[in-house]
Design a protein. Sequence first.
Length: 376
Amino acid sequence: MLSCGRPFGEANAPLTKTTFHGDRKRLGWNDREPDLTPARVASGSFGLAWTSPALDSVVIGGTTYAPRIYATPLFVENAPAPRCSLDLAYVATTNAFVYAIATKKSACASPGEIVWSTKLGTADVAAFDGGMPLGVLSTPHIELAAQRLYVTSMDATAGWQAFALDLASGRIIDGWPVTIGPSTVEPLTKNGPSVFNPEPRAVSQRSALNASPDGGLLYVAFGGYYDGAIGFMVAVDTKKAKVVSAFAGQPSTVNTASGGIWGPGGASVDDDGRVYATTGNSPIDTRTLPNVWGQSLLAWTPLLDLSGTYTPFNYCSMDRYDTDLGGSSPLLVPDSRLVAFGGKQGNIYLLDRDHLSLVLGIDRLPERRAISAKSP
């Protein structure tokens, strides 16, 4: 079930959130919430406003699995719905369900009412992360102009798939889902040849989805569980419903961790359509090879041609101790040309994204314009 806290009034009116942290740049700033102070939260005016019915459990292999919500819920004011326009929260679960849930009383729905739900297949169960189904793990993305919700889910038979749902009804759009696996990714991989692990339980799609400014390209990032897969960024054409490009963290035919993209925010996208992501570790014995992009910030053109890189000077130490730079996702600082990101080691990096390195081989000289500051 989903529960919601009580708002304070019109000054704190809900704010539409169609993607992770609110926008393609992953800013996460809400300028319509000026007075959510500790004193207000502690007061009697703040508390439970409504609770939804229990979300769907599933039975897999004779075992019942309760739903879990890894993905950040999204929210749209005056969203289209089957009976009338509503304020809706969109929630996806590890059991491979997506829901639209009313958040405010109206003539056609009560707060907490499930307006529609869609099942995206039958998830397989992993032996890790608490032994739960690996259905929807990443935060979906909504394109209001197209009235679509994009979401990925893992099916026990089909593997990882990208879906486009009609925002008003939850119906799967004709031509979808798009299978994201070896046959669709490997032939289009830049920085290859490289293998996309065919075992879907070894491939982690935890990073939030994002899209190009015009909504024509959907970006789906992959890492690997227990160092069992090479990282990938995948671009899906939303009009043709097909994978059109991919970039591998390392040219390799061995399924071992290299450049996994698993931070919760996934890719950031600027107004020009340039795509940014941070990566995790690579095997230490590969770091003298060209185009191994573990522990790096990478920037791509919309179709995933590499256009800029930054790798910290201590990347070998980071690989050795598994202090992934990709533990967080890039944030594009407003009113500037700066990109900020961090990682497991506790550092914050601030870079001029117009002066990233264009050396795309084995040279790992640190970018002179980077500012690295130890976080508190």
